[in-house]
Write a protein that binds this ligand. Sequence first.
Ligand code: FAD
Ligand code: SF4
Ligand code: SF4
Length: 440
Amino acid sequence: MMTPSKPAPPSAPTPAPTPEDRLYRIVEEGMCIGCGLCESLAGPESVKMQVVDSGFERPLVVGALSHETVDAIYDTCPGTRVEALPADLAAQASSRDLVWGPHESFVEAWAGDPAVRHEGSTGGVLTALGQFLVDSGEVEFLLHAKAGGNDPTFGQPHVSETAAEVLAGAGSRYGPTAVLQTVHQNLDKGRPFAFVGKPCDISALRALARRDARVNQLIKYFLTPVCGGFASPKATEAFIENHHGVQKPEIESFRYRGFGCPGPTTFKTADGQSHAATYTEYWGEDEKSWNVPWRCKICPDGIGEGADIAAADNWPGGAPDPAIEADDPGTNAVIVRTKAGADLVARAVAAGYLVTGSRLDADHMSTVQPHQVKKRQAARARWDGMASQGRMTPRTHGLRLDALRETLSDEVYEAQRKGTAQRIQDGRAGEERPKAKNGL
Ligand SMILES: Cc1cc2nc3c(=O)[nH]c(=O)nc-3n(C[C@H](O)[C@H](O)[C@H](O)COP(=O)(O)OP(=O)(O)OC[C@H]3O[C@@H](n4cnc5c(N)ncnc54)[C@H](O)[C@@H]3O)c2cc1C
Ligand code: SF4
Ligand code: SF4
């Protein structure tokens, strides 16, 4: 007689993820952009931004961390949530465009002071606006970024109370820049300020505003560069080594652009040697050669959907002409998104801080930012590819991703979706659990 087979022993239940697991999941799935907001929310005694093995700055859990704090991080982190303008501000905008979003106007502009225009990344618009705001006393300081921090090729948060300090932060930092690392410290001051950060940093602040009323009370203006992503630290290291024979630890200072548009990429070593390359030598001829983090590759908003003003380059085709790279004085293509932004531009022009040129339109913006158009159209397909592999996709507000998806043919949608899924399967879309570079 056959004995009945024994039922299989019940498998051990999967342990529930710890707060640490949940925070690290954002990093492991390649969704962390290194903004520093989680450190600011949790406190540096709990979560600390540190350089990790990948070369990026990532949050490390260094003390007690609760699920409640991680819930707050998931609610605001630009890896888990992407926010455009609050609905009331978006509704007030005079015009809207499927790709470019709610806006008051698009306009050419540059800094009124030729020295600021020269030193600025493009035409010095963001610096000029920051200087106008602190000089006029409308805000008490500007929270933005300047070179340095954990590495001379990185950026770090910078609080500027004077026009000279604002100018010290001019130029684009194409290395990791945790500009939100000190945002709570700055909110705690209870003083009005303006903020400059990448579109993902602005999104994080718009999300934080849903939890912390001080954001809208104290941050008077949200300003942003249009952003195609920043460079992987390992790519910058390889560039320094392969093209200039310099080892990263020898570097004392590093400037990506400015002093012309885009101006040279320059760096100095501790022994006083200076090195220079062109923007095109650093970034390569086109978008395909950009070595940017995964989160930037699937970014749904590099155009500052949450900002009052977004300042972009104005190069036909999206890249500088190498023949005139050294001589271009710099002109920004500016997206004036809100009524507050339009009022700020008008007052900065009247005070001589800013000069505006030709009015632009959405078609022009698409001509000078073709990579932004493609990314916005492809975001839904890429996120569907991520979801098909069990990856997290951010919650969004106000980005029109489904309507943008409709501008793609089914063939292109499928190619983007499958390509993303394949990258994930190939292990090209994630990171190791963060571990401090020094092994701590
Ligand atoms: C990572 C990155 C990617 C970019 N990609 C594109 C692109 O794809 N297309 C395009 O048209 N333009 C891009 N830009 C924007 C462009 O380089 C200029 O920054 C923009 O045109 C504004 O020029 P400006 O002369 O007004 O800036 P500036 O007057 O020089 O002012 C720049 C301001 O931005 C702040 N800042 C610089 N880097 C960072 C950073 N990493 N994080 C937070 N704040 C920072 C500075 O503190 C300063 O206040 C990018 C900029 C960055 C930082
Ligand atoms: S994106 Fe910012 S908030 Fe999110 S995990 Fe990274 S550093 Fe923290
Ligand atoms: S491309 Fe998007 S995610 Fe990457 S730095 Fe720019 S705004 Fe942030």
